[in-house]
Design a protein around this ligand. Structure first.
Ligand code: SAJ
Length: 430
C-alpha cells in the first residue's frame, strides 16, 4: 500500500480519495478551501451522489485525512477544475497544484493528472512547473489518466470503468498502473504518450456532444415531417451499428458543453464540432418556438420551467439547459414586445412574461426557485426541461387543474402523452 496525496477535493477528487482509502492506501486529501475542509471534518460532503456519504465517512474513520497543508507522498493525484475562459481552458488550478506538489516532490514519487485538459498540458504545462522542484521528469514519474465517471453513478464507475493511462515513460506507466489496479476493476489501457490520453478524454465527450446534436437536428426534421423523433431514433437504433442519442432542450453540465472546445486550442480544424455546439445551444430557441406556437403571446405568457438541474436526478445546475431556456424566453419576450429592439442594446421594452423555475433537487438560493404548485398555478404552459423521476410521475389531472392553459412541452420525452391528452393537456414532445 502507498501514500497518496489527492489535490482538489471536488466531485472527482473526494470520491477518488475515499475509494483509495477503501483500497487500503494512506490518503491525504489536500484542498485550498478551508471551509470545505471544515465541512468534511464535520461529516458534510456537499456532493449529492448516491452512496458517497457512507464511503467518505468510512474513509475518514480509517485512512483518509483532509488537510490544507501539502504532505510528501509516493503519489500525487491532481483533480482540480479546468473551466473554460473565452474559448480557452483556464489551467491556473493545474499550475497551482503543480507548484504545490513541487514543494514536496521527491525522486521516485509519481504525479498523475486527472483533470480534463487540452492536449499537451501534461508535458508542456505541468511538467515544467513540477521541475521547479529541482528534479527532472524521469527522476520522478509523471502520467495523465482522465476520470470518466458519470455524475449519478460516480462510485460504480470509479471502480469499474476502463481507464486510459498515459505516462511520460515506461516507469511512469508502470507506477500509475500499480496505483489504479489497486481499486479499478476495469481494463487499464496504457500509452507512453500523455497527449494521446488527454486527446482520448476529449474525444469521448465530443462524441457525445456531436451525437446529441445529431439527435437534436433529427428531432427538428422529424417534427417538420410530423413524425415522432424518439420513436424514429429508437427504431433506427435497432440497427447493430447505429446508436443515435436523445434530443433535448440542450446539453448541460461542466463537461460535455466545454470539453470539445479544448480540442480547438492546438488546431484550427474544428468545424462539425463547433456546429454541434451551436445546434445544442440553439435548442433553447427551438423549444421557445414550440411554446410560441401554443400560447397567445410569448411576451405576456406565464411559463413554468420544470427542471434547472443539467440532467435528471442530480442537483447540479451548471450550464443548465433549463436556465438557458428561461433566459431565452425572456429575450424572446422582449423581442416580441418591442420588435427590432433585440440586439440593439435595449429599449424601454417591458414584457409581461413570467418565467417560474422549479427543481426538486437543486437548492441554489440564487436561482429564485418556487414550489411546484407556485410554478404551475395559473401558468399558460409548462416545459419539462430535466428528466427528473419526479416529473415522470406527475399526475396529469393535478397539473391540468393547476395550469390555466393546456400545454406541456415535454423537451425530455418522459411523459405518457396519451394519458396527458386524456386529462385535457396537449403534450408537445421534442
Ligand atoms: N443529454 C442529451 N441527450 C442524450 C444524453 C445526454 O441531451 O442522449 C444531455 C443531458 O441531459 C445533459 C448533458 O447531455 O444535459 C450531459 O449529460 P451526460 O449524462 O451525457 O454527461 P455528463 O456531463 O453527466 O458526464 C459526461 C460523461 N461522458 C461521457 O459519457 C462520454 C462522463 O462519463 C464523464 O466522466 C463526464 O462527462 C466528465 O467528467 O467529463
Amino acid at each position: 500500500m502507498s501514500s497518496v496525496c489527492v489535490h482538489g477535493l471536488g466531485y472527482i477528487g473526494l470520491p477518488t480519495a475515499a475509494v483509495l482509502a477503501e483500497a487500503g492506501h494512506d490518503v491525504f486529501g489536500y484542498d485550498v478551501d478551508s471551509e470545505l475542509l471544515k465541512a468534511l471534518e464535520a461529516g458534510e460532503t456537499r456532493i449529492d451522489e448516491p452512496g458517497l456519504d457512507d464511503v467518505i465517512a468510512d474513509a475518514l474513520d480509517s485512512s483518509l485525512s483532509v488537510t490544507d497543508e501539502v504532505v510528501p507522498a509516493e503519489y500525487h493525484l491532481i483533480c482540480v477544475p479546468t473551466p473554460l475562459e473565452d474559448d480557452h481552458a483556464d489551467l491556473a488550478a493545474v499550475e497551482a497544484a503543480g507548484e504545490t506538489v513541487a514543494t514536496v516532490l521527491r525522486a521516485e514519487d509519481t504525479v498523475i493528472l486527472e483533470s480534463t485538459v487540452p492536449p499537451r498540458t501534461t508535458s508542456e504545462v505541468l511538467a515544467p512547473v513540477l521541475e521547479r522542484s529541482g528534479l527532472r521528469v524521469g527522476e520522478f514519474s509523471l502520467a495523465y489518466s482522465p476520470e470518466t465517471v458519470l455524475p449519478g453513478n460516480v462510485l460504480t464507475e470509479l471502480r469499474e470503468n476502463d481507464r486510459a493511462i498515459g505516462g511520460v515513460d515506461e516507469r511512469s506507466v508502470a507506477s500509475a498502473v500499480a496505483l489504479y489496479e489497486s481499486f479499478v476493476g476495469g481494463d487499464l489501457r496504457t500509452t507512453t504518450d500523455p497527449t494521446l490520453a488527454e486527446f482520448v478524454k476529449l474525444l469521448q465527450n465530443t462524441y457525445r456532444d456531436v451525437n446529441i446534436a445529431l439527435a437534436n437536428e433529427v428531432a427538428m426534421i422529424a417534427h417538420d415531417y410530423g413524425l415522432d423523433a424518439r420513436e424514429a431514433i429508437a427504431l433506427a437504433n435497432h440497427h447493430p451499428r447505429v446508436n443515435i442519442h436523445q434530443p433535448g432542450p440542450g446539453v448541460g453540465g461542466h463537461c460535455i458543453p466545454i470539453d470539445p472546445l479544448f480540442l480547438g486550442q492546438g488546431s484550427d480544424r474544428l468545424d462539425l464540432i463547433e456546429r454541434a455546439r451551436a445546434i445544442n445551444d440553439g435548442m433553447a430557441d427551438y423549444v421557445t418556438d414550440l411554446l410560441e406556437a401554443q400560447v397567445e403571446s410569448i411576451a405576456d405568457a406565464t411559463v413554468a420551467v420544470l427542471g434547472v438541474a443539467y440532467k435528471g436526478n442530480v442537483a447540479d445546475a451548471r450550464e443548465s439547459p433549463g436556465l438557458r431556456l428561461a433566459e431565452t424566453l425572456q429575450r424572446r419576450a422582449r423581442a416580441a414586445h418591442a420588435p427590432g429592439a433585440e440586439g440593439t442594446g435595449g429599449t424601454d421594452a417591458d414584457p409581461m412574461i413570467d418565467v417560474r423555475l422549479h427543481d426538486p433537487h437543486v437548492t441554489d438560493s440564487h436561482l429564485a426557485l418556487v414550489s411546484l404548485q407556485d410554478a404551475l398555478s395559473g401558468a399558460d404552459a409548462a416545459v419539462i426541461a430535466t428528466d427528473h423521476d419526479e416529473y415522470g410521475k406527475l399526475d396529469p389531472s393535478e397539473v391540468a387543474a393547476q395550469l390555466d392553459g393546456d400545454t406541456v412541452i415535454d423537451a425530455k420525452g418522459i411523459l405518457d402523452a396519451a394519458a396527458w391528452e386524456a386529462a385535457g393537456i396537449t403534450v408537445v414532445e421534442l
